[in-house]
Design a protein around this ligand. Structure first.
Ligand code: ATP
Ligand code: MG
Length: 249
């Protein structure tokens, strides 16, 4: 995804306009990290443990059949952040933000994306693979209140080996809450429809069996959690049912 024209360059000074923490100050851009469809990411020159997300350039981006400016995705990220954080879904730490302008987050050096994990699956040491997968199940369980996470895709979710933790690094505000008991949608269902994933399947870079098996297990874990989170209600009706904590996570 790297290599798109970008509006900013290492060494540029960005004035932090609207805070809330650093309004009036400025930061200097350090190393250019990467760009996606809408956003360029740079390390901060004076604090390389942090990264800044900036609109990639002026070119309009297609989103839900509309063409919108990349700056809108900065706002989408900011608006989408709190619902995830409040629900306990692990997400990269955000330090400062200004809608339409910038977001300052942790720079994550270690990042094995879900897409990388799927591609590398057969080449990983089975024990390590299991550890990474178990951490992915832990992440998936935190998403149980949502049928979908805004712009959830296989490059938005990254694993840190040292923390043994999967976290979101990119998102929008377009989450779908899990409202109906009849819905068996989970954010992971949507990976089946991701163009990049379909292409990797077609190119033989991801095995369908691996993808199907993985998503099935993640979906099952989420459904179990949803099911058991209803059980305290049942326990009030039946005094004999007491070990829900052991079943739920
Ligand atoms: N906090 C971070 N630390 C380190 N690298 C990051 C961070 N956030 C994003 N990146 C890198 O930058 C790349 C592009 O970021 P991101 O996917 O968020 O851009 P985007 O324009 O929002 O993408 P998309 O158009 O797919 O939504 C990522 O694939 C990742 O490699
Ligand atoms: Mg994005």
């Amino acid at each position: 995804m790297a290599g798109h024209a970008k509006a900013y360059h290492p060494g540029d000074t960005i004035s932090l306009k609207c805070g809330p923490l650093n309004a009036g100050k400025s930061v200097k851009l350090g190393r250019y990290i990467d760009s996606g469809g809408s956003t360029s990411i740079f390390q901060l020159a004076d604090d390389p443990s942090k990264a800044i997300r900036l609109p990639k350039d002026e070119m309009l981006v297609q989103f839900d059949a509309k063409m919108i400016p990349p700056s809108q995705f900065i706002t989408f990220f900011i608006n989408g952040y709190a619902p995830m954080k409040n629900a306990g879904v692990p997400v990269v730490r955000m330090y400062d933000f200004c809608k339409g302008k910038y977001v300052i987050v942790d720079y994550l050096e270690e990042r094995l994306s879900l897409q990388d994990f799927l591609v590398q699956y057969d080449h990983l040491d089975p024990k390590e693979r299991e550890t990474i997968f178990n951490a992915l199940v832990d992440f998936a369980l935190t998403t149980s209140p949502f049928d979908d996470i805004g712009d959830f895709k296989s490059t938005s979710l990254v694993y840190s080996k040292s923390l043994n933790l999967w976290r979101l690094i990119d998102l929008t505000q377009h989450h779908k809450r899990h409202k109906s008991e009849n819905s068996d949608e989970t954010p992971f269902n949507y990976l089946f429809r991701e163009v990049e994933i379909l292409q990797l399947l077609q190119d033989g870079k991801i095995r369908k069996q691996v993808l199907d098996g993985l998503i099935l297990r993640l979906d099952e874990a989420i459904q179990m959690k949803r099911h058991h989170s209803c059980e305290p209600e049942l326990s009030r009706l039946s005094p004999t049912r007491t070990n829900h904590e052991e079943i739920g996570r």
